[in-house]
Design a protein around this ligand. Structure first.
Ligand code: ADP
Ligand code: MG
Ligand code: ZN
Length: 500
């Protein structure tokens, strides 16, 4: 209602004024008074606005997301170091100017999700005492052309005004998922992205000219190869920092960070947990500690034991245990399938099995867990072939015992196919050194089938030779439903002592 009144007034006032002027009243005093009132109102509103803005900012600062420090980020020693060096440029800007080094404008963090890229950006703003303004690439994508570009402009403006208000020397702008706006420009369709990207480039080029506050752009992506080359040119994102999945030491560090506020049993061996959580991201490790605490509570314990953490690893890896009861016949098939994986694994990599289980979990009815291998960056052809044989072991033993396969091997085959592809790309197959795009699908399929068939035959005959191990351990697995690596190896050794 008040709004309507205001509008009627705004409409009415000019009419009245014109009418008065028309009948010959002197208008100058009226206009003067109106002008003074208007100026007064505007000033009042502006001051009110500033006061309101400052108070919300103060609120945000208190519980602010930018309070995080580098110490709260586990592992990632190398990215942290590299980032800090870059940030020192921002802090000691006068010094670097003296040496003629140009300031950094942009830092690109690349790596898989959940590895701590956002955390690093937040810690960066704390480290440099900058205001922190964040946005995600997907926020810039709109149906209407030009909206994204406007948002980019607003983002940079917001950073500048906030720095001024909060009296900070510098501002860090963080754009997550930059690939959404900075994807390769390939004509057609993508006009909206184009404008947004162009605006971003313009703003980045403008960073040089702005001395106060100094602005640093940090962006994150897990798909660096998707980015437009304009973004990667020197003077744009000049520094690329790779943030990888943590290695064992890093995993332990992250686990310890999230163990700090939880009661951990003194016997728990964090080293072991770090080892078991091979391939986990920081985000997954955080959830491991959380789930472990939940398991502890379920059992009415007051301290988290190693067992709880192992269970949590399984849960994060494979989903919650399902209550689904499988039929006895199904269970036997699963046992044979899993034993096939486990026996094959123990043959090619003695000591590598850490658990054989028949408990349904997520999609799987059973599973074999392997001890983590030494982390490796190079694999030989023999190693990859053995890996495929372990994957094929499940289907191979179903063939041996039932004369055919079941649908339970699709994940195994997918894994095997992936390894074959790696082999092809690395020139380890009869195709020789190839670019996979240069070879026809038929040729690829042919080589693929030859490799898999040969390895399937090898797997089957190896398992046939160890049939007595199946016979020896099947009943035990069916009753126990769960064999530890040690138990399994014990059975394995006992069997090899038996007369064949
Ligand atoms: P990214 O941006 O790389 O996808 P985030 O930084 O958003 O990952 O991390 C998500 C969550 O995972 C964080 O809030 C934190 O709980 C946890 N996390 C990830 N990496 C680490 C790490 N290196 N140290 C501690 N916690 C981490
Ligand atoms: Mg993130
Ligand atoms: Zn399997």
């Amino acid at each position: 209602m008040p709004k309507l009144m205001k509008e009627i007034l705004i409409g009415l006032v000019p009419v009245v004024l014109i009418f008065l002027a028309y009948i010959g009243v002197n208008m100058i005093p009226f206009l003067l008074v109106a002008g003074v009132v208007a100026v007064f109102l505007i000033v009042l509103k502006m001051r009110g606005g500033i006061a309101v803005g400052a108070s919300t900012d103060r609120k945000r600062k208190k519980k602010g997301p930018s309070k995080l420090t580098f110490d709260e980020i586990g592992g990632q020693e190398h990215p942290k170091e590299e980032l800090m060096e870059a940030l020192n440029f921002l802090i000691r800007h006068e010094e670097i100017q003296k040496y003629g080094i140009r300031p950094l404008k942009g830092i690109l963090l690349t790596g898989p999700p959940g590895t701590g890229k956002t955390l690093l950006a937040r810690a960066a703003s704390h480290y440099t005492d900058s205001v922190f303004v964040a946005a995600s690439g997907s926020e810039f994508v709109e149906m209407y052309v030009g909206v994204g570009a406007g948002r980019v402009r607003d983002l940079f403006r917001d950073a500048r005004t906030r720095a001024q208000k909060e009296n900070k020397q510098s501002a860090i702008i963080f754009i997550d998922e930059i690939d959404v706006i900075g994807g390769k420009r390939e004509g057609g369709q993508q006009r909206e992205y184009d404008q947004t990207l162009n605006q971003l480039l313009t703003e980045m080029d403008g960073i040089y000219n702005s001395d106060s506050p100094r602005i640093l752009l940090i962006a994150a992506t897990n798909r660096k190869e998707m980015l437009d080359s304009a973004l990667l040119r020197p003077g744009r994102f000049d520094r690329h920092i790779q943030v990888d999945l943590p290695e064992k030491k890093g995993r332990k560090h992250i686990l310890e960070i999230y163990a700090k506020n939880k009661p951990i049993h003194t016997d728990a061996n964090m080293d072991k947990i770090a080892e078991e959580s091979y391939g986990f991201s920081g985000a997954q490790l955080e959830s491991v500690m959380n789930e472990a605490a939940i398991y502890m509570m379920r059992e009415n314990k007051v301290e988290i034991e190693q067992r709880h953490m192992s269970m949590a690893i399984d849960k994060v890896m494979m989903g919650e245990k399902t209550d689904r009861e499988s039929t006895q016949e199904e269970k036997k098939r699963v046992a044979i399938h899993e034993l096939g994986h486990a026996i094959m694994a123990e043959i090619v990599r003695p000591g590598s099995v850490s658990q054989v289980a028949l408990t349904p979990r997520g999609q799987a009815l059973g599973y074999v867990r392997h001890n983590p291998q030494e982390e490796q960056y190079l694999y030989t052809k023999a190693f990859l072939e053995e890996q495929i044989m372990i994957a094929l072991g499940g289907a191979a033993s179903e063939e041996i015992y039932y004369g055919g396969r079941s649908t339970g091997s699709s994940n195994d085959f997918e894994q095997a196919l992936n390894i074959v592809q790696t082999m092809m790309k690395s020139g380890l197959t009869s195709l020789g050194i190839i670019n996979i795009d240069m070879v026809t699908t038929e040729e690829l399929m042919k080589v693929n089938n030859v490799i898999l068939e040969q390895l399937m035959t090898r797997t089957r005959s190896t398992l046939e030779q160890h049939r007595h191990i199946f016979d020896h351990s099947l009943e035990i697995l069916l009753t126990e439903e769960n064999l530890s690596g040690e138990q399994f190896r014990c059975l394995f050794r006992e069997t090899s002592l038996l007369p064949a």
